[in-house]
Design a protein around this ligand. Structure first.
Ligand code: C5P
Length: 224
């Protein structure tokens, strides 16, 4: 059995991948299945936490015992996460958030014409994880005790991960090894969890629940 070490704690987990509308029927999206975020939500419930799961475009049933907020775009995800974070002890951002969105969303479906198609112009999305950390540091808005992010890296995992942890200002960064049938859409994951002011924790390839439990071990250790 799992420890009930998150009893009385409120945690927020984001899962899945955001979609950015191009027109009423099309979007720019990504391949995140939401499996890792759902594993985090499930294991947190099992460890006694009160869990809000912000799920972006996930085709999985709601995990028992969690409050699920379904969202589509990065703007939706940002609003839901910032709102739930207001009363949270910990936030774990496992969602794959679109870095860019179409600058203008057409109100009608783009027509197939004989002329050359118009280019789709992109604009930057806000970095929700970085914003959460900035707000906490500057004492404005939600101040969860522990803020964790995920990062998919293919090379120089430790160096790139360390730089990202520092840049975002979060407490934990789970650096996924992508590729080789790992991460996206698979039941398994392998990762290194970088800890602000601490040693990295290596998690060998295994079920996403195992990685989730390591994350909650580290979160629980940092909660006062
Ligand atoms: O910078 P990068 O996209 O690699 O960082 C990944 C982490 O940042 C994930 O935890 C993701 O949920 C979060 N993120 C975010 N807002 C963005 C992009 C990423 O919160 N616009």
């Amino acid at each position: 059995g799992r420890p009930r070490d998150l009893a009385g704690r409120r945690v927020v987990v984001s899962a899945g991948g955001t979609r950015e509308a191009i027109d009423p029927v099309r979007f720019i999206g990504n391949r995140s299945s939401g499996l890792q975020g759902y594993a985090l939500a499930r294991t947190a419930v099992a460890r006694g936490a009160e869990v809000t799961l912000v799920a972006a475009n996930v085709a999985l049933p709601d995990p028992a015992g969690a409050t699920v907020v379904r969202v589509e775009s990065t703007a939706d995800l940002r609003a839901a996460v910032l709102s739930a974070a207001g009363t949270a002890d910990a936030v774990v951002m496992a969602a794959a958030v679109a870095d860019f969105r179409p600058a203008a969303r057409g109100d009608s479906k783009i027509k197939k014409t004989s002329a050359e198609p118009e280019p789709i112009h992109l604009t930057k999305n806000p970095d929700i994880l970085a914003e959460l950390c900035d707000r906490r540091r500057e004492g404005r808005g939600p101040a969860p005790e522990v803020i964790a992010g995920f990062a998919a890296e293919t090379d120089d995992i430790l160096a790139n991960g360390r730089a990202k942890l520092a840049r975002k200002g979060c407490d934990l960064l789970v650096v996924n090894q992508v590729g080789e049938n790992l991460a996206f859409g698979t039941p398994d994951n392998a990762a290194v969890v970088l800890v602000a002011g601490g040693d990295p924790v290596e998690v060998p390839r295994g079920p996403k629940d195992d990685l989730a439990d390591v994350v909650w071990d580290l979160v629980a250790a940092r909660l006062g």
